[in-house]
Design a protein around this ligand. Structure first.
Ligand SMILES: Cc1cc2nc3c(=O)[nH]c(=O)nc-3n(C[C@H](O)[C@H](O)[C@H](O)COP(=O)(O)O)c2cc1C
Length: 194
């Protein structure tokens, strides 16, 4: 594998992940989004609640997430389910964003077919004129999702192809302390062949 790109291009953004879900027809679908937080509950990101992904995840909340940090040759894979954050959490974060981003979110009917670039600029200008400089931007149909993980796999690339893979999964099963180990808070962990 040629990793030259990894060493030449330093990552500018480290908080981008691919999120995969199933469409209502059962086909896989994915896109990149930005990680906005993580805590003991899981991982959060924000998006338009009328978008294609939001409609699909309403039907099937199962998702798979993947991060890759190239220079570190490190990856994390997560499988779990999504739930919407509270309106309060979404609203608080929305209004912390730069005003231009708030207006952009309001102007863009994410995932819908639109006639042109000019259409977006026109809607954006109309909103700017309507709100003026200081009026609060109303929250569009937009907000956060919490990804509650059921498995998290840490992958560390090595130079000899024998990469390290450690998978954590939520399980109450008995562990043998040889290949399956008990972690904290209902997690077990185990090593997978690379
Ligand atoms: C680096 C990067 C970060 C992105 N972050 C977000 C994000 O945080 N939220 C979001 O809704 N879309 C984000 N997007 C746009 C999505 O990839 C996607 O185009 C959008 O969410 C519409 O997806 P959908 O039509 O499948 O619902 C990002 C795109 C890129 C390339």
């Amino acid at each position: 594998m040629n990793n030259e790109c990894c060493y030449r291009l330093r990552p500018v953004l480290i908080d981008i992940f691919g999120i995969f879900h199933f469409t209502r027809e059962g086909s896989p679908s994915n896109r990149y989004v930005l990680l906005k937080g993580y805590d003991e509950r899981g991982f959060t990101f924000f998006t338009n609640y009328s978008s294609r992904k939001a409609a699909d995840m309403e039907t099937n909340p199962n998702v798979a997430v993947v991060f890759y940090w190239c220079p570190l040759r490190r990856s994390i894979r997560i499988e779990g389910t999504v739930t919407k954050l509270s309106r309060e959490e979404s609203e608080t974060y929305f209004h912390q964003r730069p005003r231009a981003s708030q207006i952009g979110a309001l102007a863009s009917p994410q995932s819908q077919v639109i006639p042109s670039r000019e259409y977006l600029d026109k809607v954006e200008n109309e909103i700017k004129q309507k709100l003026g400089e200081s009026e609060e931007v109303p929250l569009p149909d937009w907000g956060g999702y919490l990804i509650t993980p059921r498995t998290i796999e840490f992958w560390q690339g090595q130079t000899n192809r024998l990469h390290d893979r450690i998978r954590f999964r939520k399980s109450e099963e008995d562990v043998d302390d040889k290949s399956i180990h008990r972690g904290e808070n209902g997690w077990v962990y185990e090593r997978l062949a690379p």
